[in-house]
Design a protein around this ligand. Structure first.
Ligand code: THU
Length: 161
């Protein structure tokens, strides 16, 4: 038996320490929380993607009475970005969440497992690291790529015969 340890690397920032573009993306993710359709959870999540063509694409969580039919802000945003600009990599994705309109969580939320899997595939599709910014009022967590959020990855490579 061998015991292994895995280290994940990320950085924490105060919002004010971030460069202007990243603050803009966080502001966009916060603003788009207002467009969430979340009558069941009352939990609003917004995401803003910066693409390699310079565009910013935003999305929010969209719920449904048949709960699993809804989708998270991250998937809404990345799928929309890929549908609108199928040739463009997502270089940065900022995420913000609110459980009280106009107020944001102090500690950031992190993307759910299904979203991590989708973010991984988008990153691999364009072979470009996707920087991920998780906004909280007390700190922003920054990951250089989805790899730090999703170890032991399952990808299309695994199903090739
Ligand atoms: N949600 C997101 O949009 N992103 C996350 O990272 C976590 C959860 C949404 C899904 C659902 O609409 C609500 O938050 C409560 O889980």
């Amino acid at each position: 038996m061998k015991e292994e340890t895995l280290c994940l690397h990320y950085k924490t920032y105060d919002y004010d320490e971030l460069p202007a573009l990243e603050r803009q993306l966080i502001d966009s993710a916060k603003a788009v929380c207002a467009s969430a359709y979340a009558p069941y959870s009352k939990f609003q999540v917004g995401a803003a993607a910066w693409l390699d063509n310079g565009e910013i694409v935003c999305g929010s969580n969209q719920e449904n009475a048949a709960y699993p039919s809804g989708t998270c802000a991250e998937r809404c945003t990345v799928f929309y970005a890929n549908a609108r600009y199928p040739e463009s990599a997502v270089l940065i994705l900022a995420i913000a969440a609110s459980n009280t309109p106009g107020e944001f969580l102090s500690s950031p939320i992190t993307p759910c497992g299904a979203c991590r899997q989708v973010l991984l595939e988008t990153q691999r599709r364009f072979n470009t690291p996707m920087r991920i910014l998780l906004y909280g009022t007390s700190q922003v967590l920054a990951f250089d790529s989805i790899d730090a959020l999703l170890p032991f990855q399952f990808t299309g490579e695994d199903i090739k015969l």
